[in-house]
Design a protein around this ligand. Structure first.
Ligand SMILES: [Ca+2]
Length: 163
């Protein structure tokens, strides 16, 4: 399923935002997951896939369970962004400095450097793109805040370890 989604959406982040977590609350329930599988033409064993993905058995899938590495990176990016710019809108204004509404990878790398994000910036840019064919970010792409459920991702990871 994960491979299938990445092929379809181009990145696991876009797959989560636009293919899985359609309600945008940071959690995917079994019902939502079944709908997502149908929407995306997935024909494998849906219930088994859900069980496998729900690592902590909480009954919902979080992005942390889908891709822990990217989850940590997105969280870091979000924290730095809010520290530096206060809001996503503030970051968008800084990113869209040319006023074109089409900031590309160069502008993105610049705000990443400004906020002190040290991981691979081009890879993050690609994750955030809704369509891989596009060469610029939109405000919607930039905003990854609703990828996390209300629970802090790191406390969730801790729960995983304890369980
Ligand atoms: Ca879970």
């Amino acid at each position: 399923m994960k491979k299938h989604l990445i092929e379809k959406f181009g990145s696991i982040t876009a797959a989560w935002k636009y293919g899985l977590d359609l309600s945008g609350n940071g959690r995917v329930s079994h019902t939502e997951f079944c709908a997502a599988c149908r929407n995306n033409g997935f024909e494998g064993n849906i219930s088994k896939c859900f069980k496998d993905a729900d690592v902590d058995g909480s009954g919902v899938i979080t992005f942390d369970e889908v891709d822990h590495d990217w989850c940590v990176k997105h969280k870091r990016f979000m924290d730095l962004l809010l520290q530096k710019y206060g809001t996503y809108h503030g970051a968008w204004v800084a990113l869209n400095i040319s006023g074109s509404n089409q900031p590309g990878v160069e502008e993105f790398v610049r705000i990443c450097v400004d906020m002190g994000y040290t991981d691979d910036k081009t890879q993050l840019f690609k994750q955030l793109l809704k369509n891989q064919g596009r060469r610029y970010l939109t405000a919607e792409d930039l905003d990854s805040s609703n990828m996390f459920s209300s629970k802090n991702v790191f406390s969730q990871s801790k729960t995983n370890i304890q369980a």
